[in-house]
Design a binder for this molecule. Structure first.
Ligand code: PHE
Length: 508
């Protein structure tokens, strides 16, 4: 690379560092101190100089002394022998026994201190009497001062600390330091006349006007290619976007809403009985505090249907739960348990306001359940929710949509089983065969919304809807036996990489 181009890549810090090492090699820690730079800035810069061939970095192991946690304590309080000596000087104690009962210091520390002081000839103990040698005070004080010297990382004489090391007050540690030195090429660059030119680092409103006349610094941080597999989208992210493409290709528009939901939109609007086990804290994640605002008119309508059902010539058997609807249970905040809450918000916002217009909505979004995690259960799961509103929809339309979707995704072996939901009739559970687990797995749930759930919105046409589990579907696609391979600490990175490189999905 030509010299000028290299110079144009150098930032101010790079230039400062290069000039700093012109005449002497320097440790990165010295550079940090000298130029008040962050460690990361010095290291990044040094590596950049290295990769451009301007500097060399040698990792050098240096042994150094450091205070242990006991040493830190003594740094604050003073060494015990220092404290004892001070005490003796000031209080004029002569009785050995008296010292034990009056000096404010731990017994074992006191014993050790007396030993140390005797060895230093600072005190003498004879026949139960202590004599103090005041001349030795400077020596005791110096010993105490060593702690500060070590803390400040200044040089100390090894012999003077041997004892403190043995007592566990100071320890020896080795540290790797980066020594940065200039190369011949680095010197050449420094001498180049271009080196002193100041290049502009950032565009600003002021300099954008005449940018063509200005000299800008070149980008140098080109991404390093780690290996051929890095930089892929996570398989889950990719799968979700493929699902979204599939839904859009079937003419659906995407719904959006929040993770935090009210019990009204998650349960009441769907006619879950207020004592339904799904509402229990065993299954639902409740949030502390806060209250939701619920559209008052809608709440009233829901309460009416909940308690008494509704009469129409078509549904004269609708009699409601015939128990009181407690509206205070509607405004608690929870993590939404299913994205059907979103579906009902869209029924309210869009379908009920445009009753003549057919509508198809979908979402691929998270539901939260207070489950125990295992190979087929997660606490957060992605649900693929779909809802269709049109004239004359029947359960055959629902089955058609389900089959078409699974076929598009490439899962052929599915079956449908009647099931129960408080808000759909009929309800169909979708099962798929897992060759890995050698059993049928529940992969989705669906149905035709009950007239009771639509009455509060003034809707009389049929609505068909479903919710499929994304992770179980992905597990089936990938032939995995455990849903947790896709998440968190269980993630099998090698496996995910293999999948990525094998381009497992192709197009669908
Ligand atoms: N909400 C259901 C679930 O979480 C799925 C579903 C959606 C069922 C719409 C029927 C209609 O399992």
């Amino acid at each position: 690379m030509e010299e000028e181009k290299i110079i144009r890549m150098l930032s101010k810090t790079d230039k400062t560092l290069l000039s700093a090492i012109e005449n002497e090699d320097m440790f990165s820690s010295e550079l940090e101190l000298k130029y008040a730079l962050e460690r990361a800035a010095v290291i990044n810069s040094a590596r950049k100089l290295f990769s451009l061939g301007l500097a060399k970095i040698d990792n050098i192991t240096v042994n150094k002394l450091r205070l242990t946690s006991l040493g830190q304590k003594y740094l604050k309080e003073g060494l015990p022998e220092y404290k004892v000596f001070e005490f003796l000087r000031r209080n004029n104690v002569v009785e050995y026994k008296q010292l034990f009962s009056s000096v404010p210091i731990e017994k074992d520390e006191l014993n050790a201190s007396i030993g140390v002081l005797k060895k230093m000839l600072a005190i003498n103990v004879e026949g139960g009497k202590i004599t103090v040698n005041p001349d030795k005070f400077a020596k005791v004080e110096a010993q105490n001062g060593i702690l500060q010297t070590v803390e400040k990382e200044q040089d100390v004489n090894y012999e003077s600390v041997a004892d403190l090391i043995r007592r566990g007050i100071i320890e020896e540690v080795s540290e790797i330091r980066e020594k940065v030195s200039i190369t011949q090429f680095g010197i050449k660059i420094l001498k180049n006349g271009e080196f002193t030119v100041e290049y502009i680092d950032k565009l600003s409103p002021n300099n954008i006007k005449n940018w063509e006349e200005l000299k800008f610094r070149e980008y140098s941080e080109k991404p390093e290619i780690l290996d051929s597999l890095s930089g892929n989208l996570n398989v889950k992210t990719k799968f979700i976007s493929l699902i979204k493409d599939a839904m859009v290709s079937m003419g659906f528009s995407e719904m959006h809403s929040n993770y935090v939901e009210s019990t009204f939109w998650n349960f009441d609007v769907m006619m879950f009985r207020q004592d339904h086990p799904d509402r229990d804290i065993q299954d639902t994640i409740y949030l502390n505090g806060g209250k939701a605002t619920i559209p008052a008119k809608l709440l009233k309508e829901v309460k009416e249907v909940y308690e008494h059902g509704f009469f129409s010539s078509k549904y004269n058997e609708s009699i409601g739960y015939r128990r009181t609807f407690d509206k205070f249970k509607s405004d608690s905040l929870i993590m939404r348990g299913h994205t059907t809450a979103t579906t009902f918000r869209y029924i309210y916002e869009f379908i009920s306001k445009n009753k003549d217009k057919p509508a198809k909505f979908f979402s691929v979004d998270k539901g939260f359940r207070n489950e125990t995690m295992d190979n087929t259960h997660l606490l957060e799961l992605y649900q693929i929710e779909g809802v269709v509103y049109d004239d004359n929809l029947t359960v055959s339309d629902l089955v058609g949509y389900i089959k078409q979707f699974y076929r598009k995704i490439g899962i052929e072996n599915i079956r449908l089983k009647p099931t129960y939901n408080p808000y759909t009739e009929p309800s169909l559970e979708i099962q798929a065969f897992s060759p890995k687990l050698k059993r049928w797995l529940e992969v989705g749930n669906s149905g035709v919304f009950r007239p009771e759930t639509l009455k509060p919105f003034g809707i009389t046409k049929n609505i068909v809807a479903w919710g499929f589990g994304m992770e179980r579907m992905l597990n089936l696609k990938l032939g995995m036996a455990d849903i947790r391979y896709l998440y968190g600490a269980y993630t099998d990175l090698d496996l995910l990489r293999q999948i990525e490189s094998a381009k497992a999905f192709g197009e669908f």
